[in-house]
Design a binder for this molecule. Structure first.
Ligand code: NAD
Length: 255
């Protein structure tokens, strides 16, 4: 197992891509802290399943849009498992409004949940790694929209573009201390955030026709990429983005 003995935190870990990441990390032997703000029963079910399979997991109710919530999450991980090795900034929301429609409170909410959480999550995880003195890995779940405009989803694109430069800047700052920071950027993934498209057969078909690999990703396909990045296999990767998008950014003719 590639992550035996490692302690990992996944924000928004009880749904969609976060759940896929939690399962993939646990399958490789990591003890996983599952952060959530809604549906505690889903976090509890995941903890039960991982524990029943012989793994270790803990659910923590923490709002990562505040630095205090993030600190509570990291402190809980350390109190239970003794250390922190991998921190995954996955929590995210979108509101799908254009620049002209965007309201100030909506902008602040999206930026707090998606980008501020990643900035202070990276900071607090890095401080913990430095205290421990043996390095660590931050994985930021951005999106193809860190690089690719999505008209009608302005705040989301701004937040993901911000994650792009967070990862590059923090990765350069922290590299000499043995701390890696990497973005994993999914394309279209079948999760609740995408319900409107996933539950409409015509829309889903149109989307899948535009993806060179011809399917919307399963959350586990993103989880596998996170395992690679977070494990020793990814040891020379930092301050960069791994796109896990079925080729959609290069081959989206028809969208
Ligand atoms: P999702 O809605 O299933 O999961 C989002 C999770 O974030 C939920 O568990 C939610 O409760 C949690 N969350 C929201 N606000 C929070 C807060 N303040 N504190 C802690 N947790 C909070 O959606 P998803 O598709 O699994 O999205 C996960 C990440 O992947 C997001 O960052 C999203 O932008 C990114 N992403 C998704 C897709 C896709 O197609 N689904 C594509 C690219 C990137």
């Amino acid at each position: 197992m590639r992550l035996e003995g490692k302690i990992a935190v996944v924000t928004g870990g009880n749904s969609g891509i976060g759940e896929g990441i939690v399962k993939a990390l646990a399958a490789e032997g990591a003890a996983v802290v599952i952060d959530y703000v809604a549906k505690p029963e889903d976090a509890a079910d995941l903890v039960k399943d991982i524990t029943a399979a012989g793994g270790k997991a803990l659910g923590v109710d923490a709002d990562v849009s505040t630095a205090d919530g993030i600190q509570k999450l990291i402190d809980s991980a350390v109190a239970t498992f003794g250390r922190l090795d991998i921190y995954v900034n996955n929590a995210g929301i979108e509101t799908r409004h254009s620049l002209l429609e965007l309201e100030e409170d909506e902008y602040e909410k999206v930026l707090s949940v998606n980008l501020k959480s990643a900035v202070f999550g990276t900071q607090r995880a890095a401080k913990r790694f430095l205290e421990q003195g043996s390095g660590g890995v931050v994985v930021n779940i951005s999106s193809v929209h860190e690089d690719w405009p999505m008209p009608g989803n302005l705040a989301y694109c701004v937040s993901k573009g911000g994650m792009r430069m967070l990862t590059r800047t923090a990765g350069v700052e922290l590299g000499p201390q043995g701390i890696r920071v990497v973005n994993v950027a999914p394309g279209a993934v079948a999760t609740p955030i995408n319900d409107a498209t996933m539950k409409d057969d015509a829309k889903r078909q149109k989307l899948e026709n535009a993806i060179p690999l011809r399917h919307v990703a399963d959350p586990g396909e993103i989880g596998d990429a996170v395992v690679f990045v977070a494990s020793d296999a990814g040891r020379y990767m930092t301050a960069t983005t791994v796109f896990v998008d079925g080729g959609i950014m290069q081959g989206s003719v028809g969208l």
